[in-house]
Design a protein around this ligand. Structure first.
Ligand code: AMP
Length: 147
């Protein structure tokens, strides 16, 4: 059985919500923040996080907040589909270190997929996985234009 750890308020996404760490924003309202993944698995890899809930993972979140989060996620995924025209889209969410979770603030990954394009590894902060900020900003602008 997976233990749900206590929420740590200094996790990287909590710090992004507080504005202590920069992000490339795609969408923001009072409940939800969406921004480009800094170590993208594909071009346009975007994250969607709740702003108010201190939830470690999917099992840990108020269902009403989850409802808003997943509705916003659908809107953003639709904008990514229109803006970037991928062949497919993966919606991914990891629960627990054993499952591959590396940041313990609930989030959904929206990962556009193109046939014949290789997917980069998950959360590759080893050195060469970090995206160029200008490229991320341009992608965010294209997605925002379709929201
Ligand atoms: P997970 O492993 O499901 O917890 O996903 C965490 C995601 O956050 C990974 O895809 C990382 O590439 C991404 N990530 C880590 N740090 C940052 C950051 N400062 N800004 C944007 N994305 C990040």
């Amino acid at each position: 059985m997976m233990d749900i750890p206590a929420y740590e308020t200094d996790n990287i996404f909590a710090r992004i919500i507080r504005g202590e760490i920069p992000n490339t924003t795609v969408y923001e309202d009072e409940d939800v923040l969406s921004f480009m993944d800094l170590f993208p698995q594909s071009e346009g890899h975007t994250l969607v996080i709740p702003k108010k809930a201190e939830a470690v993972n999917f099992l840990d979140i108020d269902p009403n907040i989850l409802g808003v989060l997943i509705q916003r996620t659908q809107i953003i995924a639709t904008a990514i589909n229109t803006a970037l025209r991928p062949d497919g889209i993966r919606l991914i969410q990891f629960n627990g270190e054993a499952a591959g979770q590396t940041v313990f603030h609930l989030h959904f990954h929206i990962i556009p997929v193109w046939q014949n394009a290789n997917m980069k590894p998950h959360a590759d902060s080893s050195g060469n996985g970090q995206a160029d900020p200008v490229t991320l900003q341009k992608l965010a602008e294209r997605i925002k234009a379709c929201l």
